[in-house]
Ligand binder design. Structure first.
Ligand code: SAM
Length: 220
């Protein structure tokens, strides 16, 4: 189904017109990211504007000062998150692809938030274990889907009690709903969803934003 023919398209357009409004920099980053292709094929598909705005609002509502992101891409979600932080806030973001990391750095500089963002260029699985535990207010996961279960376990250790862990693409275009797709990405997303809904001390809701956004809160 073409996007414009989707029955929810007018509602999504309404949301984007009224509340999840992008400025020219956000729109330009999303344009560049959408042209680049899928994750795993050198691409960096961005989250939707409404998911970006939700992450922004969650950070503001929590008074977040320290945020972690796994999968910077070209910096679209990074900018939504960074703009929610105070001037002394810190956003740690991890990106495996040096081209993406370079492009994101340039966009964040242009947007005037580079002072509060540190991009770690490397594979997240190597970077995450070295980060301080119970340090972050919110973690956002949006990198390789096969590693989602491991990212969830690590992110849960890295956020403080009361901290939030979010992940994009938890519907994986519907593959999360059945066991039919046996790809490592679909398996990763399904295991993520099972962990998020069954880990003691964690409360989770899945939201129908874009390809599915999972929001969990760590209560202990
Ligand atoms: C879906 S894109 C991120 C989009 C970004 N969050 C946004 O909304 O603009 C996924 C990104 O994760 C990166 N990535 C893939 N595997 C990774 C890994 N093992 N560690 C860190 N980053 C990885 C990809 O290079 C890609 O840039």
């Amino acid at each position: 189904l073409a996007v414009a023919a989707h029955p929810l398209f007018p509602l999504v357009e309404f949301i984007r017109r009224t509340s999840a409004v992008e400025d020219p920099i956000l729109a330009a980053i999303r344009g560049q990211s959408m042209g680049a292709g899928r994750t795993g094929e050198g691409g960096a598909p961005p989250i939707t504007p409404e998911a970006g705005k939700l992450l922004h609002i969650l950070c503001k509502a929590m008074g977040a000062k320290r945020v972690l992101e796994v999968g910077t891409g070209y910096g679209y979600s990074t900018l939504w998150l960074a703009r929610a932080l105070p001037h002394d806030g810190e956003l740690t973001t991890i990106e495996a692809d040096p081209e993406h990391a370079r492009a994101a750095q340039a966009w964040l500089q242009k947007a005037g938030v580079a002072d509060r963002v540190r991009i770690h260029q490397g594979k997240a699985i190597g970077v995450l274990p070295a980060l301080p535990t119970k340090y972050f207010d919110l973690a956002f996961i949006d990198a390789d889907k096969a590693s989602y279960p491991r990212y969830f376990e690590l992110a849960l250790r890295l956020v403080r009690p009361g901290g939030v862990v979010c992940a994009d693409n938890v519907f994986w275009l519907g593959a999360a709903l059945s066991e039919d797709d046996v790809s490592s990405e679909a398996e990763g997303v399904r295991r993520y969803n099972r962990l998020a809904s069954s880990t003691p001390g964690v409360d989770t809701v899945l939201l129908p934003l874009g390809d599915g956004l999972s929001v969990s809160v760590r209560s202990d």
